[in-house]
Design a protein around this ligand. Sequence first.
Ligand SMILES: CC(C)(COP(=O)(O)OP(=O)(O)OC[C@H]1O[C@@H](n2cnc3c(N)ncnc32)[C@H](O)[C@@H]1OP(=O)(O)O)[C@@H](O)C(=O)NCCC(=O)NCCS
Length: 195
Amino acid sequence: MRIERLSATGTLRGLAELSALLIDVVEHGASIGFTLPISSEEVQSYWQKVAGDVAAGHKELLVAVDDRGAVLGSAQLALESRANGRHRAEVQKVMVRHALRGRGIGAALMVRLEHEAQAEGRTLLFLDTSTGTAGATAFYRKLGYTFVGGIPNYAANPDGRLVANAIFYKLLPAQGAVSSLHPFSAHEPAAASSP
Ligand SMILES: CC(C)(COP(=O)(O)OP(=O)(O)OC[C@H]1O[C@@H](n2cnc3c(N)ncnc32)[C@H](O)[C@@H]1OP(=O)(O)O)[C@@H](O)C(=O)NCCC(=O)NCCS
């Protein structure tokens, strides 16, 4: 298994597999923005929109693939572009094929997503997930995310029932924060070393 970052073209090329992944996850009860019945048309137009966001630089899309290139899971990073929020990004739609859960694929996607976020200069990640079995609160707690709170009746589960969400965040160390310091700044002020 390896994690790949898809371009917009790669996203469109993988449309059928990405759509199959999303349908599999929703049909197994995940609250991830869709309700049942779910149509392949709405799912395909969703991935086309993601491809547009990737092309515009607003989003990163990661996929977990097996040795033959089959898609096992995916995760997205929505990069805030407003001037006061360019240090943050939202984790969205982390999903793994139902039959392949519990093998570390979701965690591997999140580790890579965090590296990508740091490479983009993002030091705050946030997300929301549904409470109960349709969400992934235990998963995010395991990965070191802090629970903030939730909003009652926030979203409908695939079966149409309204449930609360759970909001999480994680602070990331700034990439290169230590190495970007002046090499002598701690012990040797520039003025002292000048002739
Ligand atoms: C959440 C999801 C992505 C996890 O994927 P996964 O590949 O099964 O996760 P991993 O195997 O990498 O698990 C990582 C850790 O989280 C824990 N974990 C994962 N899902 C869990 C659950 N439902 N309950 C409790 N712990 C869970 C694992 O036990 C593991 O801990 P460990 O390292 O101590 O064993 C997957 O269950 C999924 O696709 N869910 C549906 C979509 C969804 O709800 N996404 C989140 C909303 S954005």
